[in-house]
Write a protein that binds this ligand. Structure first.
Ligand SMILES: [Zn+2]
Length: 463
C-alpha cells in the first residue's frame, strides 16, 4: 500500500512535469513552505492519487491477510521468491548486451524509476545530512611534517598525478601486449610496473581509495568522505594543489583542498560538452609559471571511458581499424570494440609522453615527477563480460590489473635522492593502489603516523 501511495504521489509529478526525484529534489520538498506546496495541488492531482494510489491500496486492504501457519507461509514465500528471481535473471541475461549498453548510455533511466528512486534519494539525503553532520572529520594531517626540505638546486618541485580511466594493463604495449599501443612511452625512460592492481572496479571506489591511507581491505567509501586523505596532508605542508577534471569529479578527494577545474571552453578539443583529454594538458600548460615551491597537480582523465571508446580520441589516433562506432555493443564485433579501446590507449600514451616532453622542456626551472595510474581496468567482451564494476570478489583480472607508470626529471631524482636502478629492479613486484599513499609520503620525505614503510616502494630505493 505504501508503494502504491508514494508511487502515485510522486508519479504524477514525474509524468506531468518530468521531475526527477534526486537528492536535490528531496531537499526541495523538505525546504518548501505551505503556500508553495499548495500551489501544486490540483483536482487532477487528487484524482490521480485516488485512482493510482488509494484505489489499489483499498483493494489490497480488502484482500486482507490470510491466516496461515508460519511453516506454510515461509515455504510459499521462498518458492515464489525463487521463481520470480529466476525469471528476472533469465530475462536480464537473455538481453545482457542490450541491458548493459542501455544502462550505461542512459544513466538517467535509473533516475526515472518510480517510486524506488524516491526511496533511494531520500535514504541518501538523510544519510549525508545526518550521518556526516554528526561525525566530525577524521584527521590524518595533524602530525605530518616535511623532512630534508632544503632545495638542492634552487628549483621548484612539481608532481603531476594522472588518474587514468578504465585503462587495463594487458592493453598497454609497455606490458607486452602484441599491439604497440604505447609507442611513445616505449621510447621514454619511464618506470613501468607490470604487476599492479586496483582497489576497486569502479571510479567512485577507486579514486578515493587511491588517495586514502587505508588499503583495499580496510577502505570504506562512505567513511572516506569524512576522512582526510593524501591531499589534505600535502595541503597542510604548504603544497599548492590543483585538480583538473575531465572525468566525473574527484569523488570528494579534493573537497577540502582545492576547487576542481572541470569546465574547459576549448573549441579545439571539445565537442557537444565532451572533451578529449588534451584539455588537461592545455590547462596545465596555461598553469605555468608556478609561484609555490611545492606543487601537486592532479589530472583526472576521461581515458578509456566506455562504451563510446571511439569518442575518446581524435581521428588521427584511429590506428587500429575497423572500430566500433556504436555505444550499443550488440552492433559491433569484439574486434571492433577492442580496436576502438586500443586507439584510446594510444591516445593516453600520447598524452603522457607530451606531458613528459613539456616537463623536460621546463627542466631548468622545475624538478618534476609524473605518476600515472588507472582507476580500474575494463572488460571488452572476454567471457561475454563488458565494461567494469563487477564486485571485486568475482571481477576478472581485466577489470583489476592496471597500468602504473612513473617518470622523474634529473633534477627531481637529485632533489629527492632517488635510486632509479633500485626502482627498476622492483617493477615486477606485485603492488596495488594500497602502495600509493605510503609511496608518495616516502618519495616526498613526509613524516606521518599513518605512513607504513612496508607499502612504500621508495623505502629502500632512496639514498
Ligand atoms: Zn573509472
Amino acid at each position: 500500500m505504501l508503494i502504491f501511495i508514494t508511487g502515485a504521489l510522486i508519479g504524477y509529478h514525474s509524468f506531468t512535469y518530468g521531475i526527477i526525484f534526486d537528492e536535490i529534489m528531496i531537499q526541495n520538498i523538505l525546504e518548501t513552505n505551505f503556500s508553495e506546496a499548495c500551489e501544486l495541488i490540483s483536482w487532477s492531482y487528487v484524482g490521480y492519487v485516488a485512482l493510482f494510489g488509494l484505489l489499489p491500496s483499498y483493494l489490497i486492504y480488502k484482500l486482507g491477510i490470510k491466516e496461515q501457519s508460519p511453516k506454510i507461509f515461509y515455504k510459499e514465500k521462498v518458492f515464489v521468491c525463487f521463481i520470480s528471481l529466476s525469471l528476472a535473471l533469465a530475462l536480464f541475461f537473455s538481453f545482457y548486451k542490450d541491458n548493459i549498453a542501455l544502462h550505461r548510455n542512459y544513466k538517467q533511466l535509473r533516475q526515472l524509476l518510480v517510486p524506488f528512486r524516491f526511496y533511494w534519494s531520500s535514504y541518501n539525503y538523510c544519510y549525508k545530512s545526518f550521518y556526516f553532520a554528526d561525525k566530525g572529520l577524521f584527521k590524518i594531517s595533524d602530525d605530518a611534517s616535511l623532512q630534508n626540505n632544503q632545495t638542492k638546486n634552487g628549483k621548484k618541485n612539481i608532481i603531476i598525478f594522472i588518474v587514468g580511466e578504465a585503462a587495463r594493463a594487458q592493453s598497454f604495449g609497455l606490458n607486452g601486449y602484441t599491439r604497440d599501443t604505447t609507442p611513445l612511452l616505449n621510447k621514454s625512460s619511464v618506470l613501468n610496473y607490470k604487476n599492479f592492481h586496483s582497489c576497486g572496479t569502479s571510479t567512485s571506489i577507486s579514486v578515493p581509495c587511491i588517495f586514502s591511507h587505508l588499503g583495499r581491505k580496510q577502505f570504506d567509501v562512505k567513511q572516506s568522505y569524512k576522512s582526510e586523505n593524501l591531499l589534505d596532508i600535502l595541503k597542510k605542508l604548504d603544497f599548492q594543489i590543483t585538480w583538473y577534471d575531465n572525468n566525473s569529479s574527484s569523488k570528494g578527494v579534493a573537497l577540502r583542498v582545492t576547487k576542481e577545474i572541470d569546465q574547459f571552453d576549448n573549441t579545439q578539443h571539445c565537442l557537444n560538452g565532451s572533451c578529449f583529454d588534451a584539455v588537461l594538458l592545455d590547462a596545465l600548460t596555461k598553469h605555468f609559471p608556478l609561484k609555490h615551491q611545492n606543487n601537486f597537480i592532479v589530472l583526472h582523465q576521461k581515458g578509456n571511458h566506455g562504451p563510446a571508446y571511439y569518442l575518446r580520441y581524435p581521428k588521427a589516433f584511429e590506428k587500429f581499424k575497423p572500430v566500433c562506432k556504436s555505444t550499443n555493443f550488440k552492433n559491433c564485433t569484439q574486434e571492433e570494440i577492442i580496436n576502438a579501446y586500443d586507439n584510446a590507449i594510444l591516445y593516453t600514451d600520447f598524452q603522457i609522453a607530451e606531458l613528459i616532453n613539456l616537463l623536460q622542456y621546463k627542466e631548468a626551472e622545475y624538478n618534476s615527477a609524473v605518476v600515472y595510474v588507472s582507476d580500474h581496468g575494463e572488460s571488452t567482451g572476454e567471457k561475454g563480460i563488458y565494461l567494469h564494476g563487477l564486485p571485486y570478489m568475482i571481477a576478472p583480472k581485466e577489470q583489476t590489473h592496471i597500468p602504473f607508470i612513473m617518470w622523474f626529471s634529473n633534477g627531481f631524482i637529485n632533489q629527492y635522492q632517488i635510486n632509479l636502478n633500485c626502482l627498476h629492479k622492483a617493477t615486477n613486484t606485485r603492488l596495488s593502489h594500497d602502495n600509493i599513499f605510503h609511496s608518495l609520503l616516502g618519495l616526498l620525505n613526509i613524516k606521518s603516523l599513518h605512513y607504513n614503510k612496508a607499502l612504500d616502494v621508495f623505502a629502500s630505493c632512496k639514498s
